[in-house]
Write a protein that binds this ligand. Sequence first.
Ligand code: C2E
Ligand code: CA
Ligand code: CA
Length: 746
Amino acid sequence: MTVVLTACAFNAKKSNKPIGKSVAILLSAITPPIIGNMLIIASGYEVLSTVGCYFYFLGMDLSMFSLLVFTFDYCMIKWSNLALKRIIYSLLIIDAIQIVLNPITGHAFDTEMIEFGGYPYYRIIPFGGLTFHRILDYGIFLAAFIIFINKARKSPKYYKERYTVIIVSLSITCLTLTYFIFSRTPIDRSMICLGIFGLLVYYFSIHYRPLRLLDRMLADLASDIPDALFLFDAYNNCIWANTAGCQLVNIENDQFDKAFDALVNLFGPPNDDREAWMTRRIVGQGDTARYFTLEWHTLKDDADRSAGVYMSVRDNTAEQQTYKQEFYNATHDTLTGIYTKEYLYEIIHKTILENQNEDYIVVFVDVKNFKIVNDIFGTDFGDYAIKCIAAWISTDVSDNCVYGRLAGDTFGICLPKKDFDEQRLNMQLQDFIVVNENLEHHILIHLGVYEVIDRNTEVSVMFDRAHLALSHIKDDYQKHIAYYDDEMRKKVLWDQNISAQLHEAITLRQLCPYLQPIADSSGKVVGCEALVRWIHPENGFMPPGKFIPVFEKNGMIVEVDKYMWRCACEILSSWKEKGIDLFVSVNISPKDFYFMDVNAEIRRLVKKYEVDPAKLRIEITESVMMDDVDNRMDILKQFREEGFIVEMDDFGSGFSSLNMLKDMPVDVLKIDMNFLGKTTDDERSNTIVQNIINLTHDLKIESLTEGVETENQYKALAQMGCRLFQGYYFAKPMPIEEFMSFYSAN
Ligand code: C2E
Ligand code: CA
Ligand code: CA
């Protein structure tokens, strides 16, 4: 026991724990009384027994002192009452002194020899001094006892055991001591208990971990997490499940043994014998389906044998539902509930590639003048109409089609070629009437059809082609379906080609301004209109009709016009040097206003080439005024304020509004004879032209007739009061040099 205690004391000292020191002191202090007791029992000699007694009593004083120190440390109590501390320490010192004085005074104890079990044995005869010693020891025992009891009472359940064990061993030590004292038995067995007490102190102070506490804490932690957790032993018996786990398999907290079967019932048997695995399971179907992620970990012992399994089950249903909802929102149109453009493209691409033996067509569905429907009947009716069209597509086109909404009033369909019933669809579209409450409207729907030839063509391109087919329908109210054909394809290729070549054509000056003379009523040339021509290296001479519409559509007209304005300025600049007093009219496309600051660009050119703004005439058409009227008016006003002459081109060709004319900031009205003068009824057209010319007089603007082809026309127009003339009667548009000769001859 003493050896063990000494080793423990040594360990406690080395343990680095704050309590280690007081444990080491206590263990060291209880060895002398044990040794002393051993001498008393085993020596058989009076001197040795007496020495043992001194070891015993003095050692007990030391033990009581260290017991107090340890008790305070162990119970984490700060012993701040200095007076009490001093009194107790003093009493212990006094006691030690009176014991040491005993050989001289003989007041504490004496020994007497008795025979016990056939051996000589020196028993202690107590006197007053020893009684004092014993009362003091009991007092300190009692104090430690009370402190431990108090601490144990106040501590949480999980800490009680570390106090209870010490209290119990302390009590047993105390009881055996009392028994020894009062029974006068020669052998003091309490020393064994004291030794055991020392060992327990060592264990609980240095090595003990509150496992139950740890257990409880881990269980609490695991109970609170939302995942269901199950712990199994090596034989698949569930030994624990958290709250979520019990709820998942619908068992009570004490029915863990039912968990395994319940899990197998729910998810099927575990079919994976790897140490750790994860799998997803769906329980139930349709809207009530629940989604789970199962994880399984096997715990192995050192010999690689399975010691148990822990399993977690996560319920992903909510996540799945959110994901599904988000996916639905992202792939379905909010108004009609059919696919969005992007998702439709994806589906079509997949369908076409997956069914190589089927021939497909894509159909571009367009509602004609849908803006007007919205405008007249309101957006609610418009929305309703869109829904009706979506419903028609989903029920009437084909059972095997995929479809979606491409944009506002356009839809896309892809279906097997054999399912496309042109006649039936044409009939249905003949009277497609939308009725909503009291409103009824005939909706004009056009279908552009493209047959898929190369399955790898981008779906967007397929729809572009189907869309392109629509341009063939124009305003034919009987025809609802048009097919994309090779002509269109060629046209597309042509458009792409010339667009790609434009930049170079400008740099290499393949684009040239042709000038068409403008004469006054006496036939004298006063100016010209610059009209673009493309002298193409392969295609030869190209009139503007071949490329201007293409560039007007794709916006590249801006490049052409900027170039033409520059050429006009160059011409004017050279004429200025030569003293030629002619004006040049340039064309401005409506698209120019979208893509650049027309005014700033022209002002910049005029400044750069130092030409008189009055010599550069600006030709705009009525369509420029189709939108953003106020802004366009301001631009024209600005031109005029800066000294440019603004001409209204092609008057009579478009939706000419006479009303608008009165507010238009223009200087010249160009009346196009091609639109007004060539009707069968010459009488009536003459009246119209006459009246327009009269109108220009009233509005104090100049009139210019273009498209003048004959002398008769010229004379008649001059008679009507027109001032300026342009047309084949004078000359066709021609290159600059030719124009110069023409001018000289004129
Ligand atoms: P526009 O501005 O109305 O030009 C007048 C067109 O009428 C020119 O056709 C001209 O050659 C033609 N023309 C002139 N006199 C007669 C005639 O007596 N009888 C007939 N039948 N036609 C006559 P062109 O040069 O083919 O130009 C066509 C259109 O292309 C122009 O119409 C204009 O809108 C556009 N354009 C031409 N050059 C440019 C340009 O540089 N920029 C822009 N934006 N458009 C241009
Ligand atoms: Ca023109
Ligand atoms: Ca014109």
